[in-house]
Design a protein around this ligand. Structure first.
Ligand code: HSE
Length: 441
């Protein structure tokens, strides 16, 4: 059997502890599969004395991950620290620069520095694997980087944040408030250290930026993503969606259009009978529209220690199976120096269906005015529903809720129509606009 693959793990939180358990419980099986044992020889964490249920006695302990990356006798640096900057960035850069492979679950780091780190890995002939960075345990990176090479991809979209999907599912199932569902998601260990990263869409955006690069062969452009989170989705929206045959999901969507590539993260209405609408709870899903293959859809556990550790383990095993002198494939599917610049499509040019919920004064002329603004902006309506407003007991209040669903139209037209409606003076609340996405399946 070949000599052991020596790994150093930086960060011993939930994922690190789960990874250490897999490596210890399946040591012999992994050695058989990979043709050599995998040994943890170094770890770094803030506190050496904390009981993590792992025996660290024979392992070199570092409090500084950069020092471990620079000097430990390791073949693979496993980065589970998180965060887009230091120490994660310096540690991974140092490890790659001195010819160590790296495995990371850190989407924020790659969204910011992925192209630079990919370039360093490729110059040094080592791997930078990041399956766990997107959609937890779902093997979407391998699928896009390797299996779909013969396809052109026109759209990739998905539920990429378990916390948001859990919250939206619980709100719908149990009629609970957004805040209560968030607290429960945190208690269950799904949420990021700062949950605003989950609920405001930043975590989804980081993952989407990586998928966009893999799908379209472009440089990672995490700052060029249209972003809306779920914190202003109310039970009223969820019920209205249900009545109209939709569910609300936080989707990340990257799509090729005539004017460039759209990257957008926003609450989205998807038809109840679509496959993605059935994806509930912390589960993630990714759909890829590929020309030769058709629509590929993968779903599975997207958050939590074990799901993430499963993907990290697969990445380490890939390295263990490769042999010295073996030529490694490019990190982002094509060599970092050949990635195209990202050409952003303007959000105002986005074309799709829209749900518009308005709280209006119940008085003559309101409907006529709504209809006029829609017509002035060339918006064709698929349906119009009027309901009693919140204070409209028995339907006799002075408020009404009006829900408009449009046929496919330009975002620019919708924004102009909503601005014009807002300036007419009969709106009693902020208008709610939610985009509709229609998956192929
Ligand atoms: N907070 C993330 C989620 C964890 O909820 O999906 C994985 O990135």
């Amino acid at each position: 059997m070949a000599p052991a693959l020596k790994i150093g793990i930086a960060g011993l939180g939930t994922v690190g502890a789960s990874l250490a358990r897999i490596l210890s419980n399946r040591h012999n099986k992994l050695a058989d599969i990979c043709g050599r044992p995998i040994e943890i020889v170094a770890v770094s964490a803030r506190d050496a004395s904390k009981d993590r249920g792992i025996d660290l006695s024979a392992i070199q302990f570092y409090t500084n991950p950069v020092e471990m990356a620079e000097s430990a006798d390791i073949d693979v640096f496993v980065e589970l620290i998180g965060g887009q900057g230091d120490p994660a960035f310096s540690a991974v850069r140092s490890a790659l620069s001195r010819g160590c492979h790296a495995v990371t679950a850190n989407k924020a780091l790659l969204a910011r520095h992925g192209v630079e780190l990919a370039g360093i890995a490729e110059e040094n002939g080592v791997l930078l694997n990041f399956e766990a960075a997107v959609a937890g345990g779902i093997p979407v990176i391998k699928a896009m980087r390797e299996s779909l090479t013969g396809n052109s991809i026109s759209r990739v979209f998905g539920i990429l944040n378990g916390t948001c999907n859990y919250i939206l599912t619980e709100m719908e199932r149990n009629g609970l408030s957004f805040e209560d569902c968030l607290k429960e998601a945190q208690r269950l260990g799904y949420a990021e250290a700062d949950p605003t990263f989950d609920v405001e869409g930043n975590d989804t955006a980081h993952k989407l930026a990586l998928l966009t690069s893999l799908a379209f062969g472009t440089q990672i452009a995490a700052d060029d993503i249209y972003l809306e989170g779920i914190s202003n989705i109310s039970i009223e929206d969820i019920r209205a969606a249900d009545d109209l045959g939709f569910r609300i999901k936080l989707l990340g969507v990257a799509q090729k259009t005539e004017s460039g590539i759209e990257q957008r993260v926003h609450p989205t209405m998807v038809p109840k009978n679509s496959v993605i609408a059935q994806v509930d709870g912390v589960t993630n899903a990714v759909a890829i529209d590929a020309d030769v293959l058709g629509e590929l859809m993968m779903s599975g556990p997207g958050a939590g220690g074990d799901a993430t550790a499963s993907a990290v383990m697969g990445d380490i095993a890939d390295i263990a199976k490769s042999r010295p002198g073996h030529q490694h494939g490019p990190v982002l599917g094509r060599p970092a120096v050949h990635l195209d610049p990202y050409a952003r499509a303007r959000m105002r040019s986005h074309e799709g269906g829209y749900f518009i919920r308005l709280t209006v004064e119940d008085k003559a002329g309101v409907f006529a005015s709504l209809a006029k603004h829609m017509s002035d902006n060339d918006i064709s309506l698929e349906s119009i529903v009027q309901r009693p407003g919140k204070n409209g007991a028995n339907g006799n209040g002075d408020k009404k809720t009006v829900i408009l669903v449009t046929h496919a139209t330009m975002e620019d037209s919708v924004r102009k129509a909503v601005e014009a409606i807002s300036s007419d003076g009969y709106l009693l609340d902020k208008p709610q606009v939610i985009r509709i996405e229609r998956p192929d399946s």
